[in-house]
Design a protein around this ligand. Structure first.
Ligand code: URA
Length: 428
């Protein structure tokens, strides 16, 4: 059907609803290069300002899915379950979670991305393991799933190519922060990935995409509706990102912390969220009475699945992880309760130390990052280490330290004012 890009733009500029045919046409024509970047930029801005209703968002998502391949796991003999996090500081949960859920009886095909900006990417973290390979063919993915129960790898370029082109355009036109566009972007990739069930971890707080709980709740609700409408059993948890998750922020540091969790230890918040998300994934996959995740962490079966998963992708689970060349400790300036530790500041500090990248093509430093020695609510003592900064390039310390100025409060007899770790649960 023939449409005109200007008519589509004018419809949305005038707060009208785009028809299914208009949406199908504009996504297809843009992906083929028949609608120009400047026209799509204008439409995206009109969507950001005027929104889309539920039917439009579902149509927009389906049109992006149809722009590429759709994966199919029907050859597998167990239900599939996936998790997606909207990203946060110290969010390494996928690493212990995927093998844990596999150890409890579901298959976990998880296509992940690299980090850009202050939140790290799961693939960057796993690539700090010597030999580990992120890029797999579809046959290799099936092989890893059959061997280990879980695979975490890079999404191929065939999955929702319309979203890749649109996301790059949104990045440079001030149109990323639109709930309909974020929700459709994330869900087009997750639905195309072909999982039967999906648990969303939507983060709220300074270190997250969504700074406040109301916006995070709206994003969660929109994504749950999109998944449900597409036949994927979808549930979302709204979780705290006002402070970092766990104690480690940075690629290899987070792998080490994840291995501690798989060994039955690790920071309480990482363990709690991993177990909670695992239970949600098993329930969404239709396996509520499978092995209990806490048990699988204790009896070593989750660790066994991790070792199989890493080895099946060429990694050596016993190899030493990269370490940074230079360290600096930040000492507590006073004695009292650490009442606040800002997630965004810690994330930006880790990024400035080399853990993240500024442009897509930049390398990351595997050893760089921040190790916390206290979390909000802990008592700290003047002069004792509050955190240690790790980098390969000592010239990076100065800007990282500047970022951390004003990032925390220590109050004698104080109480932390924190979001609950799990704020809410959103279902269809
Ligand atoms: N992540 C995505 O994949 N898409 C967005 O629009 C935002 C975050």
């Amino acid at each position: 059907m023939g449409f005109d890009a200007i008519d589509v733009i004018v419809t949305k500029r005038g707060r009208g609803a785009l028809s299914t045919d208009q949406i199908d046409w504009v996504i297809d024509a843009y992906t083929r290069g028949a609608v120009a970047d400047e026209q799509m930029s204008s439409l995206l801005m009109a969507i950001l300002l005027n929104g889309m209703d539920r039917r439009e968002i579902a149509d927009w998502t389906q049109a992006m899915i149809r722009s590429g391949e759709r994966m199919d796991w029907s050859a597998l003999d167990r239900p599939t379950a996936d998790k997606h996090s909207t990203g946060g500081v110290g969010d390494k949960i996928t690493l212990p979670l995927a093998p844990l859920v596999a150890a409890c009886g579901a298959y976990v095909p998880q296509l992940s991305g690299r980090g850009l900006g202050h939140t790290g990417g799961t693939l960057d973290k796993l690539e700090s393991i010597p030999g580990w390979r992120a890029s797999l063919s579809n046959d290799e993915m099936l092989g890893v799933i059959r061997a280990a129960g879980a695979v975490v790898c890079a999404a191929g370029s065939g999955l929702a190519p319309a979203d890749k082109k649109l996301y790059a355009l949104r990045d440079v036109t001030g149109t990323v922060e639109s709930i309909p566009l974020i929700a459709s972007s994330i869900m087009s990739k997750k639905i195309a990935e072909g999982t039967g069930s999906l648990v969303l971890d939507v983060k709220a707080g300074s270190g997250a995409f969504m700074k406040n709980v109301d916006d995070a709740r709206e994003l969660a609700r929109t994504m749950v509706e999109l998944g449900t409408d597409a036949g994927v059993r979808t549930v979302a948890l709204l979780t705290a990102m006002d402070r970092p998750l766990g104690l480690a922020v940075g690629n290899a540091l987070e792998v080490a912390e994840s291995v501690e969790v798989l060994a039955g230890g690790g920071p309480a918040d990482v363990v709690e969220l991993t177990v909670r998300l695992a239970r949600e994934m098993l329930e969404a996959a239709g396996l509520p009475y499978a092995k209990d995740p806490e048990e699988a962490l204790k009896d070593g079966s989750a660790m066994d699945a991790w070792r199989r998963m890493i080895s099946a992708q060429g990694g050596d689970p016993d190899a030493a992880l990269p370490e940074a060349a230079e360290f600096v400790e930040v000492a507590a300036p006073a004695t009292g309760v650490l009442t606040r530790l800002d997630a965004l500041s810690v994330g930006v500090a880790a990024w400035r130390l080399g853990a993240g990248r500024a442009r897509k093509e930049d390398p990351v430093s595997f050893g760089a990052g921040v190790m916390l020695h206290a979390k909000p609510g802990d008592l700290v003592t003047e002069g004792r280490p509050l955190m240690t900064l790790h980098t390969d390039d000592a010239a990076r310390f100065e800007r990282a330290l500047q970022t951390l100025e004003g990032a925390y409060d220590i109050v004698q007899g104080g109480e932390p004012d924190l979001l609950p770790l799990v704020i809410d649960r959103i279902t269809a």
